[in-house]
Design a binder for this molecule. Structure first.
Ligand code: 6PG
Ligand code: NI
Length: 188
């Protein structure tokens, strides 16, 4: 019987151990994603918006699985909540599970016809993102949003396809509460 080389806390999402890698995204890495460019430029570009811990021991092989925990810090650019870059998997048909661990947020998805869905993420919520579907999370609360994920190791990330036109909806604060707003420039 061998000791476990990594550990995961289902209560707070802490993922650690030998085969766990940490990636950090700062505000400067999210340029162009938020509607309010002036508000974006007035903020500290070095501030950390989110980090991802991933257990990716098998490498990007077909049939393998990766397990990760994303921690998205609370904050807004103008009225728009902090969010991840968002991506569609490079291997388009690869799906993914997400589940809420701590905090409160939104999972925004978009299919190939640019149809969006928005689901509340909260502790215990479970979300299946099908293949051919872009996904992004936003933190709509005042504490870090901690979200678990499991996805095929060969899925990869395509950020460019999303960066071009973005998602059709934004998650913004209105009268102190999160609302879904259609993008100004979005056409059917
Ligand atoms: C994935 C997952 C997830 C995601 C992070 C950061 O496919 O790897 O969807 O781990 O990468 O939440 O989001 P971005 O990759 O969009 O920056
Ligand atoms: Ni993904």
């Amino acid at each position: 019987i061998l000791p476990s080389q990594a550990s995961f806390s289902p209560s707070n999402g802490r993922l650690s151990g030998e085969q766990v890698n940490r990636a950090v995204r700062r505000l400067k890495d999210l340029r162009g994603l938020f509607a309010d460019e002036a508000a974006f430029l007035a903020m500290d570009p070095e501030q950390i918006v989110y980090e991802v811990h991933a257990h990716d021991a098998c490498g990007p092989v077909e049939g393998g699985l990766f397990f990760g925990v994303s921690t998205l810090f609370p904050g807004k650019v103008g009225q728009e909540y902090f969010m991840t870059k968002g991506h569609i998997h490079e291997r388009r048909n690869r799906g993914e599970y997400y589940w809420g661990i701590e905090g409160r947020g939104a999972l925004v998805t978009m299919n190939e016809r640019r149809e969006a869905t928005v689901a509340v993420i909260e502790p215990g919520s479970l979300h299946y993102v099908p293949g051919n579907t872009a996904h992004r999370i936003a933190n709509t609360g005042n504490v870090p949003l901690v979200v678990g994920a499991c996805w095929p190791a060969d899925a990869g990330h395509d950020y460019d396809a999303i960066a071009e036109r973005g998602f059709p909806v934004r998650i913004v604060e209105e009268n102190g509460a999160p609302v879904v707003r259609n993008r100004e420039d979005e056409r059917d």
